[in-house]
Design a protein around this ligand. Structure first.
Ligand code: NDP
Length: 388
């Protein structure tokens, strides 16, 4: 019997929903490029239900208890007196979502003597100290691609919202006003702008693809170039360095993982190399940018806007400066947790658990760390060492 410790975000303040805005989700079998969506033996939910909150339990309880395992679900994840810290001591498996990350630090890993598997219900396992996972022979797995398209849609929304000044204009309506000049004095068309993506992996490439019909000039920077035919199809320009790319862009969108190579990439110096009045959208990870450099650049006008859904820590304190900085279009970390995405990553979590308990290999695409080293998708996208 294994103990599975699952950290999920709180239920809605008005309680767990008993009805939903829509009754069905579009059926998707494959992601772009052909990878199949998760294929567990079965699922115990209707796609479209809220699964990522405490009462949703990723609908794992029935399956786990039927197989003799114990499931502990909590949202209480931070600090030495948290339920997470207490229950971790004898847990075999930890499941956590990046939206409400259970930070699996080296110290916590060293206390979790039974821990064998850490599953990210979603994508992005930087809340796990990957070097400590390597050193302690843990398996770290995530549900690769499960919410990549969800994030790309959110990103396009944020680019349009910032450039067109949507949120402040919406506020004018909500407050009973109608002053057009106030709304439009920071509103531009995206058409003709130069838009660059830091990384063209699953999300970055999907963003580029979605932006193409807006008649923008597309750019990207990545360690590995896209296939030539994809570059041609998208009309996208590759840059050898991020510095070279940001210097020519009006909008920069960030889609690389957080790891030692990318941490603090957008510091004061790099932001200073951007065109004055540029926009940054960051749906990757907060620590890829310098928190205070972003605030200063918005205040000085070096940046015309900053939007994103990733913060550090999560949840951020009430006085986090990104809540009140000018020209922001922030959301809580939601882009990868739409009800559509939840159905996929809950099914993917189930698939990983089934493989783990039945001694079958976990899909290579889902592996980040295994056998004392980066593995599968992790070997491709992450680097060894610790991002602080
Ligand atoms: P992918 O692995 O498909 O793509 C990541 C890309 O980043 C790869 O092309 C990789 O390049 C590139 N990369 C890695 N390091 C660097 C570097 N130092 N410089 C430039 N490029 C680099 O991942 P996804 O596109 O699916 O996800 C990207 C990130 O988005 C996740 O790691 C996660 O942090 C974040 N995310 C956020 C979500 C949200 O809800 N806001 C949800 C899902 C993901 P290479 O090919 O060389 O490895």
């Amino acid at each position: 019997m294994a103990k599975v410790l699952c950290v999920l975000y709180d239920d809605p303040v008005d309680g767990y929903p008993d009805s939903y805005a829509r009754h069905e989700l579009p059926r998707i079998d494959h992601y772009p490029g052909g990878q199949t969506v998760p294929t567990p033996e079965s699922i115990d939910f209707e796609p479209g239900q809220l699964l990522g909150s405490v009462s949703g339990e990723l609908r794992l309880r029935e399956y786990l208890e039927r197989n003799g395992h114990e499931l502990v679900v909590t949202s209480d994840k931070d600090g030495p007196d948290s339920v997470f810290e207490r229950e971790l001591v004898d847990a075999d498996v930890v499941i956590s979502q990046p939206f409400w990350p259970a930070y699996l630090t080296a110290e916590r890993i060293s206390k979790a003597k039974n821990l064998k598997l850490a599953i990210t219900a979603g994508i992005g396992s930087d809340h796990v100290d990957l070097q400590a996972a390597i050193d302690n022979d843990l398996t770290v797995a995530e549900v690769t691609y499960s919410n990549s398209i969800s994030v790309s849609e959110h990103t396009v929304m944020m680019i349009l919202s910032l450039v067109r000044n949507y949120l402040p204009s919406h506020d004018v309506v909500r407050s009973g006003g109608w002053n057009i000049a106030d709304c439009v004095s920071r509103s531009y068309d995206v058409e003709g702008m130069h838009v660059g993506s830091v990384a063209a992996g699953r999300i970055g490439a999907a963003v580029l693809r979605r932006l193409k019909p807006f008649d923008v000039h597309l750019h990207y920077f990545d360690r590995v170039r896209l296939p030539e035919e994809v570059e041609r199809e998208l009309g996208v320009t590759w840059h050898l360095t991020v510095e070279e790319m940001v210097a020519v862009c009006d909008v920069v969108t960030i889609h690389c993982p957080l790891h030692p190579e990318t941490e603090n990439m957008f510091d004061e110096a790099l932001i200073g190399k951007m065109k004055r009045g540029s926009y940054i959208v960051n749906t990757a990870r907060a620590k890829i940018v310098d928190r205070d450099a972003v605030v200063a650049a918005l205040e000085s006008g070096q940046l015309a806007g900053y939007a994103g859904d990733v913060w550090f820590p999560q949840p951020p304190p009430e006085d986090h400066p990104w809540r009140t900085m000018p020209h922001e279009g922030m959301t809580p970390h939601i882009s990868g947790s739409s009800l559509s995405a939840q159905a996929r990553y809950a099914a993917g979590t189930r698939e990983i658990l089934e493989c783990f308990f039945e001694g079958r290999p976990i899909r290579d695409d889902y592996l980040i760390v295994q056998g004392g080293d980066l593995a599968g998708a992790g070997a491709h996208s992450y680097s060894r060492g610790k991002a602080e």
